[in-house]
Ligand binder design. Sequence first.
Ligand SMILES: Nc1ncnc2c1ncn2[C@@H]1O[C@H](COP(=O)(O)OP(=O)(O)O)[C@@H](O)[C@H]1O
Ligand SMILES: [Mg+2]
Length: 321
Amino acid sequence: MEEILEIRNLKKYYTKKKIFSSKSLVVKAVDDVTFSIKKGEVFVLAGESGSGKTTIAKLILKSIQADSGKIIFESQEIDEQKKNLQKIKMNCQMIHQDPYDSINPRMRIGDIISEPLEIHNTENKEQRMKRVIEVLQEVKLEPAKEIIGKYPHMLSGGQRQRVVLARALALKPKIIIADEPVSMLDVSIRAEMLELMKQLQTKYNISFIYITHDLATAKYFGQRIAILYLGKIVETGPINQVLESPKHPYTQALIDAISEPDPNNIHKVREIRIKEPTGKDISKGCRFKPRCPYAIKQCDVEPDLEKVGDKHFSACYVKLD
Ligand SMILES: Nc1ncnc2c1ncn2[C@@H]1O[C@H](COP(=O)(O)OP(=O)(O)O)[C@@H](O)[C@H]1O
Ligand SMILES: [Mg+2]
């Protein structure tokens, strides 16, 4: 598989003014993040709220400017030239967490889906309508000819998220960034939506960046994963390897937080009691140190990602099994 997208040393810091103080706080939303995605691969970005997942998505789509770093799509750096921006915006589509964020409630479904086709001026009106019907059928919103005339409020939450998926598919993108696409949906329909995304991903060999804090769906959908902690990748590798044999204490804690203790596997159950984030977590050294039960003196110097297995990397000095 060839690489379709490369993200190199991406950084985005925000300066927040503190209330009741003249000092300001620097939030390292994305702090030197590097990863790449192959054609047709599903790459998962996982981490708690505030770890920088959405910021990475926005940086890739150039909807916000990076402080530094490179985005390389099909071996070409996406700089500020109009033709390059156009290229990434046509080939890389985003599905937002909240369908209400990305669809205009005053527009009919048919217009919502054909809008990206119009913006990129790719086809005439008749061809656009044909494509709209086609993608509505792809996402199993039928009868498509009825759906196109409806408004978003006439649909259920699950149907609206299918509209968002249809809109993302309209331009036949090579990459879809799905930012917690099922987290706002009713639990009962999450599996259906994920299954549909997986089917379409396989059928069209679309590369996906699947953003989630839910490791169970990550495992179902993804092939490789990166675990983000306060803007930095702390562990990355093949998804089964990372989730079955996590090496970073933060990854282990995330997994323990979701898994049911298995009585047959009692020796594997780790009791990691990580502390709550303090808000001033990044002092110096490892950013997980203030919450880490294994922290040692060496952790005052920030660890780099180191090889811990086949294509598996972790940024931790303490070698856990
Ligand atoms: N426009 C912004 N201004 C200031 N801080 C921001 C802005 N966007 C994001 N942040 C901060 O950057 C960090 C990462 O945010 P985000 O990428 O939304 O995380 P996630 O998607 O993983 O929940 C958070 O601390 C957030 O408060
Ligand atoms: Mg987010």
